[in-house]
Design a protein. Structure first.
Lengths: 170, 146
């Protein structure tokens, strides 16, 4: 082991953990090329890490973390559960949508839109004036003529007397 | 928040319902007149009628026999003598905004000689004519006053 070995050994652990600067890394890598002792030291560090890493990974794979987290969440919810109104209010307090500056104009806009859309829908429904004025008509004694004039806004129902009918027949 | 919600809900409901509110009563103008080709006298209140009738039936004389403005209430028949031996019965069936649906029955000795249902809207006149009267014919006009 040389003098440089002692200075590299101080850096070797940092180098192994990739915590060295670029300058230190170049220095260590240059030294490792020509120093089998330091290379062995680095190899033994890697071996030690593998030795520790394998059982830890095995243990974490066996543990069901999502299930544990669900249990924790459920417990939190059970403890925090109030009335629906309280939960709604807390949600509204938290949500930026329900700040007064936001919801008052939003509700006003919705009301205005609903009012306008209602008027539009109602206008689209065929109005009575678009259809016939006479809904039904019957007479057991007379013949009837119905004349409707949209221009004059006039509807005429004409009853033909029996004499008229006889005259028209002859 | 608690107080504002019901008020907003009320305003919203009212705005949605207001166009379809029904009122259930309407005043109608009922005119009974004799139209004939004897003479040229036209009662001043019937000049508008002559202009309306001209394209269809052109009489030279219009004489007002009767004018009434009864108020019709929903499903309550109003009867009025319209012609010797005949009665006119008006019943408000439905009212929606500026349209009144009115059933009109003309009866002679308790027999319906005419049974019809008409829609009266602003400016619209419904006329029923034909029955003989004197030298001319009887014409009944109906219009609603909103």
């Amino acid at each position: 082991m040389t003098d440089s070995c002692s200075s590299v050994s101080k850096l070797l652990e940092k180098y192994f953990d990739r915590e060295v600067t670029d300058r230190e890394r170049l220095f260590v890598e240059g030294h490792l090329q020509g120093c089998p002792a330091c290379r062995d030291a680095l190899t033994s560090m890697e071996g030690l890490r593998t030795l520790i890493k394998a059982p830890v990974e095995e243990a974490t794979q066996q543990e069901d973390f999502p299930w544990v987290w669900q249990k924790i969440e459920r417990e939190i919810r059970l403890q925090e559960k109030g009335s629906w109104w309280q939960s709604l209010r807390s949600w509204m307090d938290l949500s930026p949508l329900f700040k007064k500056k936001v919801w008052i104009p939003a509700v006003a806009t919705v009301i205005v839109l609903l009012f306008i859309s209602t008027q539009v829908i109602l206008k689209k429904i065929p109005s009575y004036s678009d259809t016939s004025v006479v809904e039904y008509i019957e007479s057991k004694t007379h013949n009837i003529m119905v004349y409707e004039s949209e221009k004059a806004k006039m509807t005429m129902i004409w009853l033909f007397d029996e004499e008229d009918q006889e005259l028209s027949r002859s | 928040m608690k107080r504002i919600f019901p008020v907003l809900l009320f305003i919203l409901t009212l705005s949605l319902l207001s166009p379809s509110l029904s009122y259930g009563q309407v005043q109608v103008r009922l005119r009974v007149f004799e139209a004939s080709n004897v003479g040229t006298g036209i009662d001043s209140s019937l000049r508008d009628m002559r202009d309306q009738f001209k394209p269809l039936v052109d009489f030279s004389s219009y004489r007002l026999l009767k004018e009434e403005t009864p108020t019709l209430y929903l499903n309550q028949p109003v009867s009025s003598p319209a012609h010797p031996g005949r009665n006119i019965e008006l019943t408000l069936i439905r009212q929606h905004k500026n349209v009144a649906e009115v059933r009109v029955k003309i009866k002679r000795e308790q027999m319906d000689i005419l049974n019809t249902q008409v829609r009266l809207s602003p400016g619209r006149t419904v006329s029923i004519g034909g029955p003989k009267h004197g030298e001319g014919v009887i014409i009944i006009t109906l219009s609603a006053q909103f």
